[in-house]
Design a protein around this ligand. Structure first.
Ligand code: CU
Length: 343
């Protein structure tokens, strides 16, 4: 190759790499305002459904971040969010926010520090406290109206379905705690207090950094034609503003209904739903199964012996009542065993 040709090739390679990088970096799931309760900044990204549970008298701190939850990509928050909490009895407390920075990963995959906020309140009533966050992002042309429920107290299932009367709002039909993976979440999207019909609803699960990187890579390998279709799922509201979606994995889920634009900003209602692992725990259920199976087998054996004993006296003609009962019992047990094995 001539020197000139070599230079041209190098430039072409750099350009190609640049285009590839841009397409990867530009690949994006949806931005969400993340509201994660946590005991400390150090553990906020390890959020679990239990973080949305409070004890009476406990001070809850919620961390508010802006980013792509699925890919664990962070962005600076561009404005101060408004944060309030509605207590189970309906009282509303405006919360003071503190600007902080949190560690994260940017769109290019580089580690960085990102502007975020936090706010605290005391859980002084049993029931559900509705944390509300309004956040405006000029860059993404979005205004988020986010709700997350903090639940306190056994059977104190009051408040989770509260309507706050915000400009955009999701009101759940499904109680948003005690949900297991595979449960269906249903709700209604409101805009200016009215049903929001025929609107896009985006559904996305949060991942920790390592899991996010791994799952994004897997999606890129398995679905190279459109990886983000696996990051952000989409459903729609019906004419009554209602929607449903199956949350098929444990973790923290985001559901967002896209409303109309106001002064160039799309008004979007968001609801955050913590989803538990399957209950009872799978390992326990599997461990319990063989024991139950053995017990059924021994019961079948004893019934078989009984039937054999009853049949023994020869030439008695029609089988007696005892035989019929024993045979019926045997059939029921056999049916139960088969059903159990089939699972
Ligand atoms: Cu985005």
């Amino acid at each position: 190759m001539t020197k000139r040709r070599k230079k041209a090739t190098t430039i072409a390679t750099i350009l190609l790499a640049g285009i590839l990088l841009a397409s990867v970096a530009g690949m994006a799931s949806a931005h969400f305002t993340m509201v994660f309760p946590s005991d400390s900044k150090a553990t906020l990204w390890d959020v679990t459904p239990e973080d949305y549970i409070a004890e009476l008298g406990e001070t809850k701190t919620v961390y508010i971040m802006w980013g792509h939850p699925y890919e664990h990509i962070s962005f600076d928050m561009a404005s101060t969010p408004e944060v309030s909490v509605m207590k189970p009895d309906g009282t509303i407390e405006e919360l003071t926010t503190t600007q902080i920075t949190v560690d994260g990963m940017d769109e290019e995959g580089n580690p960085g520090n990102f502007v975020a906020y936090k706010a605290s309140f005391t859980v002084d009533q049993r029931g559900d406290s509705v944390v509300f966050v309004r956040y405006e992002d000029e860059d993404q042309k979005l205004t988020d109206y986010v709700k997350a429920i903090i639940h306190c107290g056994e059977e104190a299932w009051e408040g989770w379905d509260a309507e706050l009367g915000k400009k955009a709002e999701i009101v759940p039909f499904t109680r948003p705690y005690g949900l297991e993976e595979g449960f269906v979440f249903t709700g209604k999207a409101l805009y200016d207090g009215n049903a929001l019909p025929d609107a896009d609803v985006e559904v996305e699960k949060y991942h920790t950094l390592d899991v996010g990187k791994e799952v994004v890579e897997t999606a890129e390998t398995m679905f190279p034609y459109d990886p983000p279709m696996m990051f952000t799922r989409v459903t729609k509201t019906d004419k009554n503003g209602e929607f449903a979606y199956t949350l098929d994995e444990p973790g923290i889920w985001f559901v967002a209904a896209y409303g109309p634009e106001v002064e160039g900003l799309t008004q979007r209602s968001v609801f955050i739903i913590p989803v538990l692992d399957a209950f009872p725990p799978k390992a326990e259920a599997e461990a319990a199964a063989p024991a139950g199976f053995e017990e059924l087998k021994s019961r079948v054996k004893s019934l078989e012996d009984k039937v054999a004993a009853l049949k023994t006296p020869a030439g008695e003609g029609a089988p007696g009542f005892g035989v019929i009962t024993a045979v019926a019992g045997l059939l029921i047990v056999v049916y139960l065993v088969k059903r159990r094995k089939g699972r």
